[in-house]
Design a protein around this ligand. Sequence first.
Ligand code: HEM
Length: 153
Amino acid sequence: MSYEITKAIQGEDVKFKNPDPAFYEALGYDGMQELMYKFYDRIYESNIAHFFPQDPEEFEEVKKKNTKFFIQICGGPSIYDEEMKGKDLDQYMIDIHKNFSIYEKSRDEWLGTFREVLMELDIDQNIKDDFWQYLDKFSKLTVNRYLKESAYV
Ligand code: HEM
């Protein structure tokens, strides 16, 4: 598996499937927490760190919330529900990211960081591949800024 990042296209109707619960079953609650904390610790050191709170305590809160989300979306207990205030989970997630200017380049960094921690994770490859499909697709919905075709990058 190449952990391919497929391009986000403006206006595309992104079809995605939530991760197979096998991912949560393979890691368990503690394993999920460990994975997500590892991921966000690397995000804190990455090129997209500036999107996130720099204060360590505030960043800790982000880690906790995001871990809850990923546990729930992977079929674990519904511990993120309390954060959504009755809204649709996917729409809520898209809306949260609208508060930030996210270009494809930032998505690449986010996914590239996730790819690193997934590669270090010792579980069945098919389960990881399925999870990656979710990340690759859903992350397109967090991109809300596009460069013009002619832009020099
Ligand atoms: C599959 C893709 C993604 C998922 C599932 C995801 C999930 C989440 C979740 C659960 C939160 C916390 C929301 C809350 O309860 O407050 C969050 C916040 C955030 N995400 Fe994402 N995210 C994704 C992609 C990205 C990408 C590509 C970026 C690129 C910069 C990004 C940047 C952020 C930022 C800046 C926040 C707000 C942190 C804060 O509270 O200050 N996310 N995301």
